[in-house]
Design a protein around this ligand. Sequence first.
Ligand code: C2O
Ligand code: CU
Length: 457
Amino acid sequence: MSQPKVTRRDVLGGIAVSALLPRVVLAQAGFDLRARRKTLEVNGRAASVLELASGNGAPGVRLRPGERFVAALTNEAGEPTLIHWHGQTPPTEQDGVPGLSQPALGPAASYAYDFAPRPGTHWMHSHVGLQEQRLLAAPMIVESAQDAGQDEQEIVLFLQDFTFRAPEEILAELMAGGGAHAAHAAHGMRALNDVEHDAVLANERTLDDPEVVSVEAGGRVRLRVINATASTNLWLDLGALEGVVVAVDGDAVAPVAGSLFPLAIAQRLDVRVTVPGSGAWAILALREGGAERTGIMLATTGAAITRHASKGEAKAPAVDLGLERRLSAVTGLASRPADRTIDIALTGGGADYVWGINGRRYGEGAPITLGLGERVHLVLRNETTMAHPMHLHGHHFQVVAIDGTALLGAVRDTVLVPIEGTVTVAFDANNPGRWALHCHNLYHMDAGMMAELAYQG
Ligand code: C2O
Ligand code: CU
C-alpha cells in the first residue's frame, strides 16, 4: 500500500457538506474516501459488493508518523452509509455511529474528518445495517515513529467472510428460528458459527488464487493481520514459520512467540516473522469450528508455490483466551483503583435470535453512565451459548482479569468473552461523548447486543 496522492484541491472539490451536519474545515491535504458499489469475483462468480475506495490505487489508508487523519467521505453507495474508524479514538461526533455520533450520510452526501490518529494496525468499516458483510471495510494503518525505523517489510492481511446471499435475508432467517443457529439454540447447546459463508477472503482473494508476496531470504517481515469478518473468529496459522506477536489492536505487547494465534472478530495482530531462507510459505487464517481457510503466500524469487485448498483436512478448534492470558501491554494503564465498576451481562441468543446487554436490546434501556476522569471497570460476563468479541468505542481498555484471575494484560479495543467466561477490562474515561459498546459479531450487534455509554453532565 503506497501513500495516497490526493491533493487538497481534490478533497475540497469533492465536498458538499450537508447544511444539517456540523462543518469541519479541512486544514491540509487528505484522503478522498468513497463508499460505492463494485463487482468482485469470488469462487469464479461475480458478486455485487460495496467498497471503501481511497483513490490511491491501494486498499485503505496509511498514515505516516505524526500525520493527522484528514479525509472527506463521500457516499456513492446509493443508500445511507457511515464509516467508523475502528481502533481510533476521535471526538465523539467523528466516530461514525449513526444515532450516537452523527446521522448516516444520505446518497451523494459528504462529511469531513480531521483528528489525530492512534498509531497501529486498525481498520474502517460501515456502521450501518449489515453493510460490513457486503465488504464495506478497509485497512487503516497508522505508522508510529518506531515503525519507521524498522528494517522490515510490511504485509497487510485483511480477512473478510463472504456470502453471495443478501445479509438481510440471512438475519431474517436467523430471527425466524432458521439457519445454523436454530438447532443449537433449541437445545441450549454451545455454538461456534451461526452463519455459513461461501468464502473467507484474504486481501479479497481465496486460496484458489491467493496473493503471492515476494519476500527476501533472511528478510524480516511484519504482518499486520486484521480480522475484518462480519462473524467469523479465526486462527492465524503460520505453518512452518515461527512468528512473534508484537502488538494487538494496534497497541504494543511484550513479545509472544508461536505459529498459531487466535484472532477474534475485529481484532488485529502484528506479527514479526523472519524468512528462514529460500522458499514459499502459506500464511493461513482458519475458521474456528470449520475446515475452511484462506491466506496469502510469501515466496522468495523463483520459489515453487504449492497450492493450498480452501478447505483443510481438520476442523479448527474454538478460538479461546489462551493468547490473551499471556499478553501484557508494553505501556499499560497507570495503577489506580476503580472509581466505577459496571456489570455487563451478555444475554439472549434464544430461538428468536434476540441478543442483548443486561437483558435489553440496544435502544431499550437508558444509557450506561460514567463520569469524566473516572477509572472504569467493565465486568463482561457471558450468559449465552456463544462467544462474543466485545468492542468499546472511543477508548482503549486494558484486560485486567479473566474469570476472576487478575492480570496486567494487553491494552486493546476488542476482547473475546467466551461461553461462561468473565473478562474485566479497565479504562480511563477521558473522551467525553456518547459511545457504543457492542458485540462485533455483526448479526449479534444488529439483533440487539449493543449499549450506549454516556458521560454524565
Ligand atoms: Cu468495528 Cu462499533 O465497530
Ligand atoms: Cu456476539
